[in-house]
Design a protein around this ligand. Structure first.
Ligand code: UD1
Length: 387
């Protein structure tokens, strides 16, 4: 690596995205790197883990992400195949571009794969959204989080509990920096230009009158393997959703994994089109519009737990644990697991006006990416990987 000078870096900052939840995290970071004085040159790598128009291209447009400089086009596969394929294809890109560091976000397979390649080549790795822990090792994302944090050089956190998790795992405090939540940077930037929920329904041939009942409507997303890969579990959850829909119409944005499993297990009959708008995966501006106007959100997503907290919309999370405890402690999130009674009770409470109002956590203020760019500049000009 060349040595950095006073106003330049030794090489570009190589920013990696792979799957849908990465895109909203990276968009503000790229903008902040460009706006920094002096600007930090960046290269965007898309591993191609998500490749559909709906899961990828559309979000690039919505988030004003530049076209990737490099697309590794790995596509789908088992965890081993996908991770290995990213590693194989990322290595030559790293060799060619000699970045001053690699920035990875979140917890998807691409995050870990690129981290492993870079650290072994002595290229500094920066992890954004470090230190979150569900303490559930059955989640593939938990494995990706733990391993990435162990070997990454600079760790940017979204909430203060993340630093405690990292310290418990033996990570030195000097590697950790609390910068806030970049996903909320994207959310705040998109809120004004979000697509109204009624327009989204019309676009997909659903009846917008579903949204305008006395109680409003709920938004549902569900794609965790633990919820959707087992026919009995998925069937049970769809049944509960059908019960919820009797009182509150639902807009259900179906992830491809969930769609495929509903069809494969013969469960499509549980989706009642008179009470549910069944939509394909949505663009970012559509999702923000749908969530902003919702009475509640039912989800197993990590990102939606945070976005609803920032929007002040009550969220019921259909998981046993969360790696984002601040959304429960300070925000609008309630964990309801897969338990029918807990889900129905949670919905009833919200409909009765007893939903959590919450408050917006520290540094979820739209400026997290600026803080990251400022710190990165300082950190890269010191020696990030002393011998
Ligand atoms: C991945 C992430 C998860 C994240 C989620 C958001 C990991 C381990 N998991 O899970 O953390 O919350 O993305 O979506 O990285 N598919 C398509 N089109 C696409 C991409 C996928 O149809 O563009 C289908 C394929 O059939 C694929 C399945 O969806 O097998 C699952 O995709 P995959 O990327 O393996 O994992 P996700 O479940 O999306």
């Amino acid at each position: 690596m060349n040595a950095p000078t006073n106003d330049s870096l030794a090489g570009p900052v190589m920013c990696v995205v792979g799957a849908r939840p990465n895109f909203m995290k990276m968009a503000p970071i790229l903008r902040a790197l460009a706006a920094h004085q002096p600007p930090l040159p960046a290269l965007l790598v898309h591993t191609g883990q998500h490749y559909d128009q709906a899961m990828s291209d559309r979000l690039f447009t919505d988030l004003r992400l530049p076209r990737p400089d490099i697309n590794l086009e790995v596509g789908s596969g088992s965890h081993a195949v996908q991770t290995a394929e990213v590693m194989k294809r990322f290595e030559p890109a790293l060799d060619e571009h000699k970045p001053s560091c690699v920035v990875v976000v979140g917890d998807v397979n691409s995050t870990l794969a690129c981290t492993l390649v870079a650290v072994k080549k002595n290229v500094p790795v920066v992890h954004v959204e470090a230190g979150l822990r569900s303490y559930d090792r059955k989640m593939p994302e938990e494995i990706n989080r733990v391993l990435t944090d162990q070997v990454a050089d600079r760790l940017y956190t979204t909430e203060r509990s993340a630093a405690d998790n990292l310290l418990r795992e033996g990570v030195h405090a000097s590697r950790v920096c609390f910068t806030g939540n970049v996903m909320i940077d994207s959310l705040l930037a998109a809120r004004e230009v979000a697509r109204p929920a009624a327009d989204t329904l019309v676009l997909h041939g659903a009846d917008p009158a579903l949204l305008t009942g006395l109680r409003g409507y709920g938004v549902v997303t569900m794609h965790r393997p633990s919820n959707v890969d087992d026919p009995a579990t998925l069937g049970k959850l769809l049944q509960v959703l059908a019960e919820v829909a009797v009182d509150l119409p639902l807009v259900f944005a179906l992830h491809p994994r969930t769609r495929a499993n509903i069809d494969r297990f013969g469960l499509a009959g549980l989706l009642d089109p008179s009470r549910m708008a069944i939509l394909p995966p949505q663009g970012y501006l559509e999702m923000v519009g749908l969530m902003s106007g919702a009475t509640l959100v039912l989800t197993d997503s990590g990102g939606l737990q945070e976005e609803t907290t920032a929007l002040g919309v009550p969220c019921l999370t259909m998981r046993e644990n969360t790696e984002r405890p601040i959304t429960v402690e300070q925000g609008t999130n309630t964990m309801v697991g897969r338990d029918r009674n807990a889900i129905l009770q949670g919905v009833a409470d919200i409909l009765a006006g007893r939903g959590k109002r919450g408050r917006v956590p520290e540094y979820w203020d739209g400026h997290a990416a600026e803080r990251i760019a400022a710190d990165l500049w300082t950190w890269l000009r010191a020696d990030p990987r002393p011998e």
